[in-house]
Design a protein around this ligand. Structure first.
Ligand code: DQA
Length: 156
């Protein structure tokens, strides 16, 4: 089964930007660890980062019929984007919202997620480890879906 990891604006600057909040780890190092987990759990994985809202909407739409689940850190668009929320609702795939920081410890404008209501769950506040926890959760969700499909196939 296939997981697509979508990273929003400024996450390409991890390791450089606001290290006191996001830590020293670069995005490619986070992705390397996620790929290791995916390989160990026989999951296909693809990564995408964009600073543009429309490109993120396009990538979510492309998951329809191609991917089984999405791990999404929409970054600042989390708090503003109705378009990304609508794209998630449209594809009807399990989406896990991820944040490195605990947004509830931060400015008030970050304390509202427009996408959380259409996501399977939200993981935040554990730095790069948030992505690992999201992988564990996604593996569990996809395993359940697979088992359900197998049961349905057996029942004809
Ligand atoms: C973030 C939190 C957002 O509020 C912020 O705009 C980001 C990163 C996080 O991972 O903690 O760019 O999504």
């Amino acid at each position: 089964m296939k997981v697509v990891v979508i990273q929003g604006p400024n996450l390409n600057m991890l390791g450089v930007r606001e290290q006191q909040i996001y830590g020293p780890m670069k995005l490619e190092d986070i992705h390397r660890q996620m790929r290791l987990f995916a390989d160990e759990n026989k999951l296909e994985i693809e990564f995408f980062q964009s600073n543009l809202e429309g490109e993120i909407v396009d990538r979510i739409q492309e998951c329809l019929g191609d991917a089984d689940g999405i791990i999404l850190n929409a970054a600042a668009y989390t708090h503003t984007s109705i378009a990304i929320r609508d794209a998630i609702a449209a594809v009807q795939l399990p989406v896990i919202e991820v944040h490195l920081s605990n947004v509830y410890q931060r400015e008030e404008f970050r304390q509202k997620s427009l996408i959380a209501p259409v996501c399977a769950g939200v993981i935040m506040g554990f730095g790069p480890f948030s992505y690992h926890l999201a992988m564990v959760a996604m593996a569990q969700i996809l395993n359940n879906i697979k088992m359900l499909k197998e049961q349905q196939a057996q029942q004809g």
